[in-house]
Design a protein around this ligand. Structure first.
Ligand SMILES: NC(=O)C1=CN([C@@H]2O[C@H](COP(=O)(O)OP(=O)(O)OC[C@H]3O[C@@H](n4cnc5c(N)ncnc54)[C@H](OP(=O)(O)O)[C@@H]3O)[C@@H](O)[C@H]2O)C=CC1
Ligand SMILES: CC(=O)[C@@H](O)[C@H](O)COP(=O)(O)O
Ligand SMILES: [Mn+2]
Length: 380
């Protein structure tokens, strides 16, 4: 039996992780969760799974729940996230919270020896060097949940690093894949939230529409697979059937395929190195699909991806700025304070204003993250 703690249990990845735990009650048990503000869903989760610890974003909300569930321990805020992340009886932490708020809990969970199933890509983007260093130091496994990174992980089973030629991340193109830049000018939040293949949380769906999601994933792949940026390519593949590929130096390419269903990579991270059945996942029928499409990525059309490659290659504190500026800009777009194309303008301004600091430690990362958020908020 593996004991599971989930940060972001009420979100898209969080609830699909709960589906997997529900599907395999003799394999997994939920012991701790964190939630943000969705108390209604939290109540259902507590009723069904009876976790020992629940961390809630706000103090007031944690008190409300405490009155309703006297046998559950409640905590709150950033300290609460850490408490859930290091919960003593948990073997695996599923980090499915959104944003760089996931960084410190991840580092603490690594220090306490937890296996990390990482969905929260912002943590790896903002401070990948710290996360990888801590994982190596503590002998802790970082298991990818993001579909592309899980695909690469699966392609690499039994392979040696020295034989890898390049990683090929596939990109659906997001909600606006068939629109020109001109046609992006007046797009609405509702249109942007309509991803063609995946049902996901709001922030990542907007990231997918700007192609920042793929940019963040390039940086995530750099850290997870110790791969130079020159050897990480992105290929447009509108069906999201091939989740990513690895090319080896003998010219072989290994790909991982499947219908778009995040429960598959979540389950693989939880069951690794084993595989468990998932009968409710739709089987891939290539004959029925008939054709798969591929197209070269246009970085002029998707500027956010270009920013991400540049920030990743220069390194230091630039990826922190990229991520923090993006988080603020996407929230502003979702709140209808800015237009869609202003997201990339704000990120570009934040990046060009910043003086890069090399090898930043946690306190510098946190300071740069805070300053960037203040700056972008001040120019909205
Ligand atoms: N959704 C997907 O299919 C995929 C997601 N990912 C990555 O996984 C992560 C989660 O994404 P997703 O599940 O879509 O996101 P959601 O927005 O659906 O869920 C986010 C979760 O985090 C909680 N939360 C948000 N802000 C805070 C905060 N400040 N403090 C504490 N908790 C907070 C939310 O709580 P509440 O709702 O209660 O307010 C919710 O439980 C992201 O990093 C994303 O990029 C990667 C690949 C695929
Ligand atoms: C499901 C998943 O992993 C998302 O990150 C997905 O990849 C988004 O799709 P695109 O960014 O390719 O549109
Ligand atoms: Mn992905």
């Amino acid at each position: 039996m593996k004991m599971i703690s989930i940060l972001g249990a009420t979100g898209s990845i969080g609830t699909q992780t709960l589906d997997i735990i529900r599907e395999h009650p003799s394999e997994f048990q939920l012991v701790a969760i964190s939630i943000g503000k969705n108390l209604e869903l939290a109540r259902k989760i507590i009723h069904e799974f009876r976790p020992e610890l629940v961390s809630v974003q706000d103090y007031h909300d944690s008190n409300t729940l405490k009155g309703e569930f006297p046998n559950t321990k409640f905590t709150f805020g950033e300290e609460g996230l850490i408490e859930a992340a290091v919960f003593p009886s948990a073997d695996i932490l599923v980090n499915a919270v959104i944003g760089s708020v996931g960084l410190n809990p991840t580092l603490q969970a690594i220090e306490s020896g937890k296996t990390i199933a990482i969905a929260n890509k912002e943590t790896l983007v903002t401070a990948g060097h710290l996360v990888i260093e801590a994982a190596e130091k503590n002998g802790v496994a970082l298991l990818p949940v993001d579909s592309e990174h899980s695909a690469i992980f699966q392609c690499l089973q039994g392979e040696q690093d020295k034989n890898i030629e390049r990683l090929i991340l596939t990109a659906s193109g997001g909600s606006f894949r068939d629109r020109t830049r001109k046609e992006l000018e007046g797009v609405t939040v509702r249109e942007a939230l309509n991803h063609p293949n995946w049902s996901m949380g709001a922030k990542i769906t907007i990231d997918s529409a700007t192609m920042m999601n793929k940019g963040l994933e390039v940086i995530e792949a750099h850290w997870l697979y110790n791969m130079p940026y020159e050897k990480i390519d992105v290929l447009l593949h509108k069906e999201s059937i091939i989740h990513s590929m690895v090319e080896f130096h003998d010219s072989s390419v290994i790909a991982q395929l499947g219908t778009p269903d995040m429960r598959v990579p979540i389950q693989y991270a939880l069951s690794y190195p084993d595989r468990l059945p998932l009968p409710t996942s739709q089987r891939l029928n290539l004959a029925q699909i008939g054709k798969l499409h591929f197209q070269e990525m246009d970085v002029n059309r998707f500027r956010c991806m270009q920013f991400a490659y540049e920030a990743g290659k220069k390194g230091g504190t630039l990826p922190t700025v990229l991520n923090a500026a993006n988080e603020v800009a996407v929230a502003a777009f979702l709140n209808e304070k800015i237009r869609f194309l202003q997201i990339e303008d704000l990120i570009e301004k934040a990046l060009s204003k910043h003086d890069l600091i090399k090898n930043p430690d946690l306190s510098i990362i946190q300071e740069v993250d805070k300053e960037t958020r203040q700056y972008v908020n001040s120019i909205l």
